[in-house]
Unconditional design. Structure first.
Length: 74
């Protein structure tokens, strides 16, 4: 197992943080077939699917969701 190391996150610029995040995400995505979702993830998805089936939730397409998020943040 690899030793933990400290990254001075607070000292990085916003751009450096985004670059680091993108690098980590790209690396992790190359191994997506071997990654397993945690058990809690399946439980939440099942709960949400049940709520959707019961009419307690609605869905929207990505464009609508982005607009709603933008309006809620502004």
């Amino acid at each position: 197992m690899m030793n933990r190391f400290e990254v001075p996150i607070a000292q990085l610029s916003f751009t450096q943080k985004l670059d680091l995040m993108e690098t980590l995400w790209a690396d992790m995505a190359t191994h997506e077939k071997t990654l397993e979702s945690p058990a809690w993830h399946a439980a939440i998805l099942n709960e949400r699917e049940a709520a959707l089936d019961a009419g307690q939730l609605t869905v929207s397409d990505w464009a609508e969701a982005k607009e709603r998020i933008k309006n809620n943040v502004a």
